[in-house]
Design a protein around this ligand. Structure first.
Ligand SMILES: [Zn+2]
Length: 387
């Protein structure tokens, strides 16, 4: 929490100390405060600025985008044309023959890297501190993501996916050597016994395991929970009893309301809230939505206002987003860590209203990432698309 400035620190101040804020969002509330940063490290948050603030505004943590597929940005227009012709979700995204998977297989590495780099820069410019990518394409898919993310100061967390739909321990080991876990399309796409072997193998290697669930059709929740998932994605067709099971087992859900809507589906915000299931928002396929998580929050608040309010949504996005990206659920202070936050040009009392507006990315004055400051002007110089 915000502390009074310790007088003892004054004589030791060096010119490298910079401070930001006026107000700070921390652990669930907005308070008056200034974050001090020295050599890229947060040295404390104080009610009185240690030095003349470099920038005034509302300081908030960079949010996590809890679910993306970064590889299919190149077919955004094509997919919209297919949807207009009435093609189904399965026809577009289901492995192995959906349009998306044929695109990923038939497009050369350089083009995919270019598409993904643009997408990751869009996420960064929209204020995201991390993305959780259900990375298709086996080892090749992971290599491409790593090259695309390059030096962009965002945590691009990949959960790799076997290239086929059968258990291959050699391939799994090779994928797990390169990322923190495995994600698969859905139980219904697999021979159940094969997927059970995959899940068992991943857990044996202390990897993380996640999958889409009940997106287009309801799947048996107990069969899914048998796989020991760290989190699920979608649960559009889940029933209250399914969500009660998720709450009992403490399994969070990444939900993607804009992507669901594009395919004529409605995100289960009512059942998530009613049954106290942890959730965080994601933006899903690059072909279906921008990675701007503020835009996703705005859409969610406008279309599900009966079930969720801005305060709960933002706090959950922080708490559960962190759990989904790194398996931990902490909102500890950042003192001693590399500076990682946004400075917004917005009065603190308008934060919730602005969240519902969905355009907070346009109010970012500064992105502090990996201890370094980036201004919107620099982002424009990098030719980042902020739309
Ligand atoms: Zn997905």
């Amino acid at each position: 929490m915000v502390k009074n400035i310790p007088l003892i620190s004054q004589p030791f101040l060096t010119r490298s100390v910079k401070c930001y804020g006026g107000h700070v969002w921390a652990n669930g509330s907005i308070e008056k405060g200034y974050v001090s940063v020295e050599d890229g490290i947060v040295t404390g948050t104080y009610t009185t600025p240690e030095v003349e603030p470099s920038l005034k505004g509302l300081v908030i943590p960079r949010p996590i985008n809890a679910h993306v597929h970064s590889g299919d940005r190149g077919i955004k227009d094509m997919v919209r044309r297919h949807l207009k012709k009435g093609r189904s979700l399965n026809n577009i995204v289901a492995p192995p023959n959906g349009i998306k998977h044929r695109h990923l297989e038939n497009t050369d590495d350089d083009q995919l890297i270019l598409d993904m780099t643009i997408y990751i820069k869009e996420a960064f410019a929209a204020g995201c501190g991390g993305i959780v990518d259900f990375r298709e394409g086996g080892i090749r898919g992971l290599r491409i993501l790593k090259q695309a993310a390059g030096e962009i100061p965002i945590r691009a967390e990949a959960l790799g996916r076997p290239a086929g739909l059968s258990y291959d321990p050699v391939e799994l080991n090779a994928i797990l050597d390169r990322c923190s876990g495995i994600s698969v399309s859905a139980l219904c796409d697999w021979e159940p016994s094969e997927l059970e072997k995959v899940a068992k193998h991943v857990h044996g290697k202390k990897g993380r395991f996640a999958l889409h669930a009940s997106e287009n059709i309801r799947e048996n929740i107990d069969d899914i929970l048998e796989l020991g998932p760290d989190f699920l994605v979608h649960m559009v067709k889940g029933t209250d009893s399914d969500f009660q099971r998720l709450a009992q087992e403490n399994v969070p859900v990444a939900v993607c309301p804009r992507a669901n809507a594009l395919f004529g589906l409605k995100a289960p915000m009512d059942k998530l809230v009613r049954n106290n299931v942890e959730f965080a928002l994601g933006t899903d396929n690059a072909m279906s939505a921008t990675p701007d998580i503020f835009s996703e929050m705005g859409y969610t608040l406008r279309h599900h206002s009966r079930h969720i309010n801005p305060d709960r949504l933002w706090h959950g996005q922080q708490l559960v987003g962190k759990k989904i990206i790194n398996g931990q659920q902490t909102l500890s202070g950042t003192t001693g860590e590399r500076a990682d936050f946004l400075v917004l040009s917005i009065p603190p009392e308008r934060f919730h209203e602005a969240l519902a507006g969905g355009d907070l990315a346009q109010r970012i004055s500064l992105i502090m990432a990996d201890g370094r400051p980036f201004s919107p002007e620099e982002l424009i110089e990098q030719k980042v698309d902020r739309t």
